[in-house]
Design a protein around this ligand. Structure first.
Ligand code: F6R
Ligand code: MG
Ligand code: MG
Length: 363
């Protein structure tokens, strides 16, 4: 069997209502466009999901990562969905499509991309995480816990095939450089970087014993691409599970702690990441709090058996309650840091205007 590629490509091409949610017609448009691609055999399978105002295309095929035709297909789907959004006068039509025409890769054009290629195992459980009203740094903490924290993942202590640990490829999004660090021996170096979630992002994770890819995350930063505020770069990631990789339960466990992430209202606030079921992924309170959904699949020769809506489980009720409590607490800070992000992380650049207006009054 040829290697399978899982491509998750997402964009916000119009919100319903405001930036809160997805209109069903956009999902229908995407499915109508992708259906024939599966019939013709170009795609093995696909699913169209949504998280908040983000349209999520999950596709399997055999063309490898960064395949031009697959990226063009995703781009064309988003362009068509933009037309549907335009007819309905949805909010922020074509928001994440930053370029006019496709030029070989969808990377750097606005949509978020997470892709991995691997040989499908005898049984291949994967979990695809999708978040809204936050940014890719939101994955750093859970990825660290899943692949490096023995208090989270029992397997790194007691499963011989994982005991060597994992390698983390991290990206410095300001310098445009990457470095790969090895856990557990370089753990403190790793934390020095990835604790700084606005700049250093975990991109890929590999099992040390054989170099097998275990996880990959989208790392696009729309604000850096466009050079100005153009909306949030709501992230996605793919995690492979079980049989020498963290168990599904170990992969989900970090989300029982609704950790603080950047995003929320106007992409300029700090708030808890709330794990929710698909139908609760509609961030409405102060455009939030930020949400994450988890879609579980068994791959079967590339077919996507699923999705299982994994956070639709009572064991995450307490995390949701805690997230709501933390949301109340954070909201009470109003425009004060740390609820409002520091100037370099805010997606609004109001300060220079105010400074210009008031500069002569500084004594
Ligand atoms: C955050 C987000 C929303 C908007 C806010 C203002 O990522 O998408 O919180 O920033 O609703 O939106 P505009 O400026 O489009 O009215
Ligand atoms: Mg939007
Ligand atoms: Mg969004």
């Amino acid at each position: 069997m040829a290697k399978i590629t899982v491509s998750v490509i997402k964009a916000d091409v119009g919100g319903y209502v405001g930036h809160c949610s997805m209109h069903p017609d956009l999902i229908a448009t995407a499915e109508t466009r992708l259906g024939p691609q599966k019939e013709s055999g170009r795609l093995i399978d696909f699913k169209v999901l949504c998280c908040g105002d983000d349209l999520e295309l999950i596709m399997t095929h055999t063309f490898g990562v960064e395949d031009e035709a697959i990226h063009r297909l995703a781009w064309d789907v988003f362009v068509e969905c933009t037309e549907t959004a335009r007819k309905l006068k949805l909010y922020g039509v074509g928001q994440d499509l930053l370029k006019d025409a496709f030029t070989g890769t969808i990377k750097g054009m606005g949509p978020g991309v997470a892709e991995m290629e691997f040989e499908e195992r005898k049984s291949e459980p994967i979990v695809i995480f999708m978040a809204d009203k936050t940014s890719p740094g939101a994955w750093n903490l859970p990825l660290f816990k899943i692949f490096a924290d023995p208090f989270n993942t029992a397997g790194i202590v007691i499963d011989p095939s994982m005991h060597e640990g994992f390698k983390f490829k991290i990206l410095d999004i300001r310098a445009g450089k990457s470095i790969t660090l090895s856990c557990p021996e370089e753990m403190y170096d790793l934390l020095m970087f990835i604790g700084s979630t606005g700049r250093y992002l975990v991109k890929d994770i590999y099992r040390k014993t054989d170099g097998e890819i275990a996880a990959t995350a989208s790392t696009q930063k729309l604000s850096l691409i466009a050079g100005k505020y153009v909306g949030k770069d709501d992230p996605v990631m793919i995690v492979r599970c079980q049989s020498g990789l963290p168990a599904v339960g170990e992969v989900l466990e970090p989300f029982s702690f609704p950790h603080l992430v950047s995003g929320w209202m106007r992409g300029s606030h700090c708030g808890p990441l709330m794990p929710v079921s698909f139908c609760e992924a509609n961030p409405s309170r102060f455009d939030g709090p930020p949400r994450v959904i988890a879609a579980g699949f068994q791959l079967s020769d590339g077919k996507l058996v699923g999705p299982r809506d994994i956070f639709a489980d009572v064991s995450f009720d307490e995390a949701r309650k805690e997230a709501n409590r933390v949301a109340n607490y954070m909201r009470r800070h109003g425009p004060f840091e740390p609820h409002r992000l520091g100037p370099e992380d805010m997606e609004y650049t109001t300060m220079p205007h105010i400074m210009e207006k008031l500069k002569d009054r500084f004594e």
